[in-house]
Design a protein around this ligand. Structure first.
Ligand SMILES: [Zn+2]
Length: 429
């Protein structure tokens, strides 16, 4: 057995309190052996003046969209997708997706993310990168039927199922899959009716964008006579293992539907603000018992993949949406960043206790913006930034040590991303 000890730091315990302790990890099993004083391992990570926390979950992303960061900004969702994003994505290659994924996972590891959910294209390539770098992920192919003939639409849905089957369990079991219809308006109902039951047969969850903008709600009401989540339920897409992205425009009945079904919501506050989609009712969702995680969405609508920025945005926007400064408090956001986020996407969440998976982030508390140390949970949610993350550990392996990535050659990743992004845009008319 090889062991890793994280020493000299403060530890965020499962009950939310903070204590001085070391952490001992079994690297073969990827689990925590002890949280105590004076622990020594074969290898040591120094955590002095630092806070050891569970790793963070990014519950909704399109990781290779990092190549389109800054390519098109300041437009509403529909126009942005149709005029800029979809034409560029039509020119993607496996090489471009690999380069974009490497860039995205480098950025996520730098922000303390240890698990993420991703909807994109060339998913086996994404899975290969995730397996190589050592993160956990739930990945799926984004199925779209609009602007396709029947054969092409069916082929796309079949690819969604085939990919879900192919990648399940890759990366020593760290990678799981899902069936991912892009949204309730971009996939025609007849395909949902046909393919969602097939996904259930595979035993994978369903993940999709829902109730992101009002423009996405109205056509469903017009065509089907019910609001989107009632329509989703009719199509068998509201099960406890399923999770939707956004959930901005929800009425009380839809919040109750989510609560009764046990379906989770991934809140993407930065994307919702940037695309002026609206303010998700996070306080009401949590009060109704809905599991809420945080997501960055793609880098083209954010424009970064720092989940700590998302935490701060979720607290701020949650208060504004509820018109109540006590809404969406720091401890609620911490839960969204960690346990609730992992639960929402159905991956193991870490906690600082014996037997837990060893997915951890170590936050440097030395910077001026993190002084004085009145309340470290407050600092994590309201003041910390990705640059404060010092070490990232997933499944017991060190993915970043003292801000240096261990499983990616960062300079080469940056160079490939620049090259592939330039080549991609040169292919767009
Ligand atoms: Zn999205």
């Amino acid at each position: 057995m090889s062991t890793l000890s994280i020493t000299g730091g403060q530890v965020l315990t499962p009950d939310g309190t903070i204590k001085r302790a070391d952490v001992l990890i079994d690297q073969d099993e990827g689990t925590i052996l002890a949280v105590d004083t004076d622990l020594a391992g074969d290898e040591t990570l120094d955590a002095s003046d630092s806070l050891v926390t569970p790793g963070f979950t990014n519950g909704h992303c399109h990781v290779a969209m990092t190549l389109l960061r800054g390519y098109a900004d300041d437009k509403p969702l529909e126009a942005w997708l149709r005029e800029d994003i979809w034409p560029a994505e039509a020119e993607l290659t496996a090489g471009a997706v690999r380069a974009g994924t490497e860039l995205g996972v480098a950025e996520m590891i730098r922000s303390g993310v240890t698990a993420f959910a991703d909807m994109y294209f060339f998913v086996p390539t994404i899975a290969e990168v995730v397996a190589e770098v050592g993160l956990r992920a739930r990945l799926g192919h984004g199925v779209i039927s609009v602007a396709k003939d029947d054969d092409a639409a069916r082929e796309d849905a079949r690819e969604g199922l085939a990919v879900a089957e192919e990648i399940q369990g890759m990366g020593n079991g760290r990678i799981e899959s899902a069936f991912m219809p892009h949204s309730l308006t971009t996939v025609d109902g007849k395909y949902l009716e046909e393919f969602v039951p097939q996904a259930r047969d595979l035993g994978v969850p369903i993940h999709y964008h829902a109730n992101e903008t009002e423009a996405e709600v109205d056509p469903i009401v017009d065509d089907h006579g019910v609001r989107p989540l009632a329509y989703a339920a009719e199509n068998g897409m509201l099960e406890p293992e399923d999770f939707i992205a956004h959930g901005v425009h929800l009425d009380e009945r839809e919040i109750a539907l989510l609560s009764e079904a046990g379906t989770s919501v991934i809140h993407c506050p930065a994307s919702n603000m940037k695309l002026a989609s609206g303010m998700a009712p996070i306080q009401q969702l949590r009060a109704a018992g809905v599991t809420v995680g945080l997501g960055t969405d793609g880098a083209a609508s954010n424009n970064d993949l720092s989940i700590l920025d998302e935490a701060r945005d979720a607290a701020m926007l949650g208060k504004l949406a509820a018109d109540d400064a006590s809404a969406v408090p720091a401890d609620a956001v911490l839960e969204m960043l960690t346990t609730a986020g992992a639960d929402a996407i159905g991956l193991p969440g870490s906690s600082l206790e014996v037997g837990s998976v060893a997915d951890l982030a170590v936050i440097d508390l030395e910077a001026p913006h993190l002084r004085p140390h009145h309340d470290l949970v407050s600092h994590l949610v309201y003041a910390a930034a990705a640059a404060d993350v010092r070490h990232t550990i997933c499944d017991g392996q060190v993915l970043m040590r003292d801000r240096t990535l261990q499983t990616l050659e960062e300079a080469a990743v940056l160079e490939r991303a620049e090259r592939e992004a330039t080549a991609l845009l040169s292919r767009v008319e």
